[in-house]
Design a protein. Structure first.
Length: 87
């Protein structure tokens, strides 16, 4: 499960970095042509949609991961050193 969260997180980072924002995106930061899109005119809509879907998937994976960890901690009852067994 950890590797899936990691892969989705890395994909999400790359998608955010290649999107063109108000300042021209990552290409504008390195002196590239910020006004033109290498992926076409409708690429912003597609990347935005994919980013939202991946972000939602990432949040669901994190929530599921936390629930799995909490349920495994509750099922493994801790044994107290100070417990004398009722004697």
């Amino acid at each position: 499960m950890n590797w899936l969260v990691l892969i989705v997180g890395i994909l999400l980072i790359f998608l955010v970095l290649i999107q063109r924002g108000k300042g021209g995106g990552l290409a504008g930061a390195f002196g590239g042509a910020g006004g033109s899109s290498a992926f076409g005119s409708r690429a912003g809509d597609l990347f935005t949609r994919i980013t939202l879907i991946l972000a939602g998937l990432w949040v669901v994976l994190i929530i599921a991961h936390i629930r799995i960890i909490q349920s495994s901690k509750e099922s493994a009852a801790p044994i107290s050193v100070l417990d004398t067994g009722g004697k």
